[in-house]
Design a protein around this ligand. Structure first.
Ligand SMILES: O=C(O)C1=C[C@@H](OP(=O)(O)O)[C@@H](O)[C@H](O)C1
Ligand SMILES: C=C(OP(=O)(O)O)C(=O)O
Length: 409
């Protein structure tokens, strides 16, 4: 295999940049993602007086817009898909209520949909206190913390956040800070404490980088390709704000060598994998499915930790992986205390059908198995959440793909 594949722009960067552009009141964003999550964020921000905001299945849209709309004093309903109504939001709602937002749960307490009822009049800023202080758990979703940080500069006293618990997805918090700085708002990172002074965001241009989570599926394809195979991926930077660049180091162990070429281009080459892998996904949960499938397919026994947040994403990704890997002879076994083992016995790809559970990453993580044999991926349009052109790109590198157009999610 010798090929070139286009990855979409990062949806995480895009959705942050859109919020900051709205708060700054200007700036040009280039290479915005064509992901449904980003298109949705763009559409919803264009109509800020709407009575209802439907975040569909987009976690960043639900969490970032809740904070943005609440702190700009809007009265609106925020809702989402059936799955979104099972994804917790209490940590964020409690924090926003503490900042004066009126928010009610329209269904089950702690979950969307939400009714935003504007802001309660706030007492005059306390001359003595230098910040509004909040204590926020970091072990459920980093998106709550990113959402709060982004509105921090707009608060009269700014914000000091004390993080508690084992903070997951930390690189996404750093990405928020980096983009805030790019838009002129400094956030001090003192480890367990994050501080944002009241400041004005500056209208600034930004060119979004390619999406490293999306790149992981191409790494998987190369990992499963014959030795010596090459693939080129444009728009990815050597110095990235995305924690999922961790795929470079993980896949080096699974037999994919990365060269950073000029013009933000990567060249991947298939080499030999290691015989055993140990990986903590606390910082990069979205890579877990990709790596589990590749380790099982290559027969590399692997120990995974840091998978806690996988149960509350687009589906319970642990159960989904266990069920679907089993169809091929693979297993993801819970060994207790947060440790999982990936194993495979005679892993075979022979016309199995993979269910995708409304989860784009289930579809894209299993698709590279086509390198080893024919298979069917159910509801393939699910990829539109982050990578609408995924199947077209797979077709361009030489895979015969049928049925993508007819299928609805
Ligand atoms: O802030 C972000 O852009 C994201 C944070 C992560 O979520 P959690 O913080 O809930 O782990 C990640 O899984 C998600 O795809 C995108
Ligand atoms: C978890 C994801 O997204 P979100 O939480 O933003 O819905 C994802 O893209 O894998």
């Amino acid at each position: 295999m010798r090929a070139l594949a286009q990855v979409p722009a990062s949806k995480s960067e895009s959705n942050r940049a859109l919020i900051m552009q709205a708060l700054a009141g200007g700036g040009t964003l280039r290479n915005l993602s064509d992901a449904n999550d980003t298109q949705l964020m763009q559409r919803l921000l264009q109509n800020p007086a709407a009575p209802v905001f439907d975040a569909e299945d987009a976690g960043t849209v639900m969490r970032f817009l809740t904070a943005y709309l609440a702190m700009t004093g809007r009265q609106a309903e925020l809702t989402g898909t059936a799955r979104m109504r099972e994804r917790p939001i209490a940590v964020l709602v409690d924090a926003l209520r503490a900042l004066g937002a009126r928010i009610e749960y329209l269904g089950e307490s702690g979950y969307p949909p939400l009714q935003l009822g504007g802001l309660t009049p706030q007492p005059a800023p306390d001359e003595e206190a230098d910040f509004r202080e909040l204590t926020v758990r970091g072990d459920i979703s980093s998106q709550y913390i990113s959402a709060l940080l982004m509105i921090g500069p707009t608060l009269p006293q700014g914000l000091r956040i004390w993080l508690t618990g084992k903070v997951g997805s930390r690189p996404y918090i750093r990405m928020t800070q980096a983009l805030m700085q790019h838009f002129g708002a400094v956030c001090r990172d003192l480890g367990e404490v994050l501080e944002v002074r009241p400041q004005a965001y500056q209208p600034t241009d930004y060119t979004v980088e390619g999406d490293w989570s999306a790149a992981s599926y191409w790494y998987a394809l190369v990992a499963l390709a014959p030795e010596g195979s090459h693939l080129t991926l444009p728009t990815l930077r050597r110095y990235s704000w995305q924690g999922d660049q961790a795929i470079v180091g993980i896949m080096a162990q699974l037999g994919v060598h990365t060269e950073f070429l000029a013009d933000e281009t990567l060249r991947l080459t298939k080499t030999k994998p290691v015989t055993q892998l140990t990986q903590d996904f606390t910082d990069c949960p979205d890579l877990a499915q990709t790596v589990a499938v590749v380790a099982a397919a290559l027969g590399v026994p692997a120990t995974f930790t840091g998978l806690d947040s996988l149960r509350i994403k687009e589906t319970d990704r642990i159960v989904a992986l266990q069920t679907e890997l089993a169809k091929f002879g693979g297993a993801l076994t819970d060994r207790g205390e947060g440790r999982f083992e990936v194993t495979a016995e005679n892993f075979q790809v022979e016309n199995q059908t993979v269910a995708t559970y409304h989860d784009h990453r289930m579809a894209m993580a299993f698709a590279p198995l086509a390198m080893l044999g024919p298979l069917t991926i159910q509801a393939p349009q699910v990829v539109r959440k982050s990578y609408p052109q995924f199947w077209q790109e797979l077709g361009k590198v030489g895979f015969a793909i049928e049925g993508v157009e007819e299928e609805a999610v």
